[in-house]
Write a protein that binds this ligand. Structure first.
Ligand code: UTP
Length: 291
């Protein structure tokens, strides 16, 4: 089967970014001049997905408006002959059809993914967590699609995290898979959500890119809520592992955790330095700072 659908859970409360996220979604915070969720949507399109589903909640209206047509703005830009800006604005709403599902209460990432069940149906789908912005030559999801196309199994993107920070992630217990993907592919034996550093089965963390088979929905429906009443995606995936083979793929690229203030600042600097229009003056500015 081919991967066509990409799900973006975006109903979380974004508490790490308060007060900015009190009245606006963290997914709309701009990295230079583009909301972080747009980076993820562009990655999904570049990876072959043609159906985007965003799981939203209260206070997330700005995401829907962003991917919608803005007649007033377009007319104003047309009248003022701001053709370049008009192109940018139109390209966002022309990009693709986006569907939305509401998660009424933020009951966890697993619960958010379960909300996608009806629209995804009985086919594989990707899950992208927008605040993991991944800068890569080949889009991260596209790398994973290559694995999926060959294995037809669920594939999780993984990254080595050294030291105590591993406790902030879902962590994988793995064995090496065959050599087809240059030693980057592992078969998953088990996984555990946010273990203590001494209990972590490896230093391979699950990051915000997944390709899942539809069997995950039954698994999530049969998973009990964990700590804080939240339904954990990792717990659902552990059930899936009892039914199907799953793979972990060490993606090539650089991930920025933009849901975290320091991660967001670092990403902003790196993305701005790479920009043709801003890179040079911004570099000059940074050099002039007495640090
Ligand atoms: P996070 O763990 O980053 O939580 O969620 P959060 O609420 O967004 O942010 P913090 O930690 O409070 O700052 C991971 C992803 O799962 C989504 C979030 O929107 C984010 O993309 N999510 C989480 C939901 O859609 N629903 C939930 O109930 C929880």
């Amino acid at each position: 089967m081919k991967l066509r659908k990409a799900v973006f859970p975006a109903a979380g409360l974004g508490t790490r970014f308060l007060p900015a996220t009190k009245a606006q979604p963290k997914e709309m915070l701009p990295l230079v001049d583009k909301p972080i969720i747009q980076y993820g949507v562009e990655e999904a399109l570049a990876s072959g997905c043609d159906q985007i589903l965003i799981i939203t909640g209260r206070g997330k209206q700005a995401i829907e408006d962003h991917f919608d047509v803005s007649y007033e703005l377009e007319r104003m830009l047309e009248d003022r002959k701001k053709i370049d800006l008009l192109k940018i604005v139109r390209s966002i709403s022309d990009m693709i059809h986006v569907a939305y599902v509401r998660q009424k209460e933020a009951l966890g990432l697993g619960h958010a993914v379960l909300m996608a069940r009806e629209l995804v149906g009985n086919e594989p789908f990707a899950v992208l967590l927008a605040d993991d912005v991944i800068d890569a030559k080949v889009p991260c999801l596209k790398q994973m699609v290559e694995v999926f196309d060959q294995t037809q199994c669920s594939v999780l993107a993984t990254q080595v995290i050294e030291g105590k920070m591993i406790s902030s992630y879902g962590v994988l217990d793995v064995k090496p898979a065959d050599g087809r993907f240059g030693g980057r592919l592992y078969e998953i034996k088990n996984m555990v959500e946010k273990p203590k550093p001494e209990d972590a089965p490896s230093n391979l963390a699950i990051i915000g890119r997944y390709i899942l088979t539809p069997a995950i929905f039954d698994c999530l429906a049969n998973t009990q809520a964990g700590a804080g009443g939240e339904l954990q995606l990792t717990d659902g995936m552990r059930l899936l592992l009892q039914k199907e083979k799953m793979y972990a793929y060490v993606y090539e690229g650089r991930r920025h955790d933009t849901g975290d203030k320091l991660g967001f600042l670092k990403a902003t600097v790196e993305f701005a330095l790479k920009r043709e229009d801003l890179g040079q003056p911004f570099r000059e500015y940074l050099k002039g700072l007495k640090l």
